[in-house]
Structure formats: structure tokens, C-alpha cells
Design a protein around this ligand. Structure first.
Ligand SMILES: CC(C)(COP(=O)(O)OP(=O)(O)OC[C@H]1O[C@@H](n2cnc3c(N)ncnc32)[C@H](O)[C@@H]1OP(=O)(O)O)[C@@H](O)C(=O)NCCC(=O)NCCS
Length: 381
């Protein structure tokens, strides 16, 4: 977190929030601080913290690091349980500069100890800190999250921060390599969280028809997705008909949660329920948000073809898109010779709307034709 000295100090007294209290760090926090900061998630996503993190590091933070952040016009709070005063985490505010009229701008950061996660502590602390900072003249608070840190991105949304984009190379990994960050911001007059989302979570995390289950793509799917997307007949029918590298596929899988939360696309693995194996992939690409139109694309691994899985998956996505996402019109496209895919779309209730000449880039600089299919929310199932 960068700090912009010197500036007037914020009041250092405790701040009470919803089931959390923010207070200055105290000597009694040393053991909990050292134990929490040795946690693998904190080591991974807060690469500026020392590693290994010792009791001496904890003492330095309490006696020097945190006080320096206060002196520079920011804040460095411990998050504690209001009933027991036990350390649950930390939330800080760094003054990053002054906006128009000299109003302070800041950056928020937080971590929650492993023993306190998954029950809204980070969300409550970020909300409490934001309200308190706005009450003391801050106008804009930023939050930077790693693209793979989905838990923190969800906290950002829950605490009313809005995604503004990706700042490339703004941070450093533990090995010193440049690393991108998603920029979130909450302004003093923004409504309290949660921020609106274009693509909601799947109900109970999945869609199922009893034969296949669709669930969000994740990093562990990289090997299967690499095998799928390097198949010649999948590559040639991709919007960019080039065989992807493993690193590209790994990034796609690892960032798919971030893109879902951003409302850009919902990528799902098609799972065969009987075997638990991945049979393919289906995605909803929400490029036409202003007009309520989204596109569907899918691919199935050769050993799972011919079983109706693409049709099942498409029907499930169609129902979700029309019932739970505010989508009015779904489109999909197929190559003129891709009769299998045309059957899938017809069975899933799509109608052929047109023949688009040279619609897509083809191999070796060529252009290829594409048949447009569409299904409307108002059409019967
Ligand atoms: C990020 C962190 C602070 C969240 O703390 P927390 O108290 O568990 O947060 P909350 O309970 O308020 O919210 C966590 C959200 O992330 C979700 N979540 C947790 N682990 C997740 C994971 N591995 N993948 C996706 N989502 C996850 C939770 O379900 C919850 O979302 P929901 O309320 O929409 O269901 C905590 O995981 C942490 O300390 N991580 C390491 C340090 C860090 O990343 N700090 C932030 C740097 S930007």
C-alpha cells in the first residue's frame, strides 16, 4: 500500500461495526498476528509481507509499521471480536494522494486470520472502514486485488466497491515479477454494498438436469481444457482459430471467476454426473449488456460426444440466462459445415436467423462464414 506523507492524522480511537471492532494494534496481538501472517493465503496474496513472518515482524508492525501509517494520514486497524477482543484480522487505509479541492484519496487493504474467515469479517471491516474514512473527508477509496483472489474480489463487491479495470504490472510478486491488479473503487456518495452484478452466481453453485452438471471453471481444470482447446476441430471453430498455449488456458481457467464477477463471461465445465469427469465446456459471453443480448459457445471432448451433452448443457444455460440473468436474447453461431452444432442449437430452441459472410477470422489470414442462431426469452421452451 503506498502512502503519501505528510498529512493530518485520523482519530485513532476504536470504531465499531457490524460484529467487528476496529482498534489500534496492541502488544497482546503478537502471537495471533504472527500465526495469521504465516497462513498460505496471506503469504500468497500479500507478497509485500515478510515471509516467513516471525514474532519479531509482528512486534515491528505493532511498534513501528502501523504507527507510521497513522502518522502519514492513513490508518492501520486491527479487526477484533467485540466480545473477546481477540484479533480476527487487519484493515488499513493508505493515503495515496489528494483529489480535486484537496480531498484525500486512499487505498484500503485487509486480511482475515484463518480462524475468522468465511463469516463476513472482511466485508464488515471494509464497510466499517469505508464509512469511517468517508466520515473523515475521504472522497474515493481504492482496493487492488489479485486476479486470482476471488475471495477478496467478492469482499470488494459485498462492500460496495465497483470494478474499474485492470491495472497492469502495478504490483510485484514475491519473486519480484510484475503483477496485474483489478482496481475497485468506492466513492463517498456511492450507495452501500453490495455492488450490482450482471452475472449472478449459479444457484447452489451449479446447474444440473440429473445427467450433466455445469459448474464454474477453475484453475484445476487447466489440463482438461488444454486437451479440449488444442483439438484441431475445436481450434478451427474458435473465434480466434489458433491453438492456444498451455499458459493461456491456465490463465483463462484461473481468471474465469474474476471475469464472471466482472459480468463479462460465465465459463462452466460440463460434468458427467455418473463418472464425475469433465465432458466439455460451455460459456455465456455477455458482450451486449446494454441491449440484453449474450452469446453461447460450447465444446465437448471426443469421448463424450454423441450423448446429447452439448444440448443438455445449452438448455441449462438458456434457462439460467433467461430466468436469472437479465438476458432477453441469446445468440450463437456455427460454421456452415458444422451440422452437429446446428442440431444442438435447434434442439435447444434456437432459430436460424441469417448467414453472415466472412463473419470470423479463419486460419492463415482467411475469413470464414458463420450461421447466426438466436433464441428469445419470450419464446416457449
Ligand atoms: C480475502 C479475505 C480477507 C476474506 O476474508 P473473509 O472474512 O473470509 O471474507 P468474507 O467472509 O467477508 O467474504 C469472503 C467471500 O469470499 C468467498 N470465498 C472465500 N474463499 C473463496 C475462494 N477460495 N474462492 C472464491 N470465493 C471464496 C466467500 O464465499 C465470501 O463470498 P460470499 O459472501 O459472496 O459467499 C481472506 O480470505 C484473506 O485474509 N485472504 C488472504 C489475504 C488477502 O487476500 N487479502 C486481500 C488482499 S486484496
Amino acid at each position: 500500500m503506498s502512502i503519501h506523507p505528510p498529512s493530518p492524522e485520523l482519530p485513532t480511537g476504536p470504531v465499531d461495526g457490524d460484529r467487528v471492532r476496529l482498534r489500534r494494534h496492541a502488544e497482546a496481538d503478537v502471537d495471533d498476528l504472527a500465526a495469521a501472517c504465516a497462513d498460505p493465503l496471506i503469504v500468497r496474496f500479500l507478497p509485500h509481507l515478510p515471509h516467513p513472518y516471525t514474532r519479531d515482524d509482528a512486534r515491528w508492525w505493532i511498534q513501528e509499521g502501523a504507527p507510521a501509517q497513522w502518522t502519514a494520514g492513513g490508518a492501520a486497524h486491527a479487526i477484533v471480536d467485540p466480545a473477546t477482543d481477540r484479533l480476527l484480522g487487519a484493515v488499513g487505509l493508505g493515503r495515496t494522494g489528494l483529489g480535486p479541492g484537496g480531498v484525500p484519496l486512499g487505498e484500503v487493504g485487509y486480511w482475515v486470520a484463518p480462524w475468522a474467515r468465511g463469516r463476513g469479517v472482511a466485508t464488515a471491516a471494509a464497510n466499517t472502514l469505508a464509512a469511517w474514512a468517508f466520515g473523515h473527508g475521504y472522497q474515493r477509496l481504492e482496493l487492488l486485488t489479485d486476479l486470482e483472489n476471488l475471495a477478496s474480489q467478492r469482499v470488494a463487491v459485498a462492500a460496495g466497491f465497483q470494478r474499474e479495470g485492470v491495472r497492469r504490472g502495478v504490483a510485484r510478486g514475491r519473486d519480484g515479477s510484475p503483477s496485474d491488479r483489478i482496481v475497485w473503487a468506492r466513492l463517498a456518495d456511492d450507495p452501500p454494498g453490495p455492488s450490482p452484478r450482471l452475472l449472478p452466481d449459479l444457484p447452489d453453485g451449479q446447474l444440473s438436469d440429473g445427467v450433466v452438471t455445469l459448474r464454474p471453471l477453475r484453475t484445476e481444470d487447466t489440463d482438461v481444457m488444454y486437451a479440449l482447446h488444442t483439438l484441431p476441430d475445436v481450434t478451427v471453430r474458435s473465434v480466434r482459430p489458433v491453438s492456444p498455449s498451455r499458459a493461456e488456458i491456465q490463465r483463462r481457467c484461473a481468471h474465469s471467476g474474476a471475469r464472471w464477477l466482472a459480468g463479462e463471461r460465465a465459463d462452466m465445465a460440463i460434468m458427467d454426473i455418473a463418472s464425475g469427469e469433465i465432458a466439455g465446456e460451455i460459456g455465456l459471453y455477455y458482450h451486449g449488456q446494454a441491449t440484453g443480448q449474450a452469446m453461447i459457445g460450447y465444446s465437448v471432448l471426443p469421448q463424450w460426444r454423441g450423448k446429447g451433452y452439448a444440448t443438455r448443457a445449452t438448455r441449462l444455460v438458456v434457462r439460467w440466462a433467461f430466468d436469472q440473468v437479465e438476458i432477453a436474447r441469446l445468440i450463437s453461431g456455427t460454421a456452415p459445415d458444422n451440422l452437429g452444432s446446428q442440431k444442438v442449437l435447434a434442439r435447444a430452441g434456437f432459430r436460424r436467423e441469417g448467414y453472415q459472410r466472412a463473419r470470423l477470422p479463419g486460419p492463415n489470414g482467411t475469413r470464414v462464414d458463420d450461421i447466426l442462431y438466436a433464441r428469445l426469452r419470450t419464446e416457449p421452451a
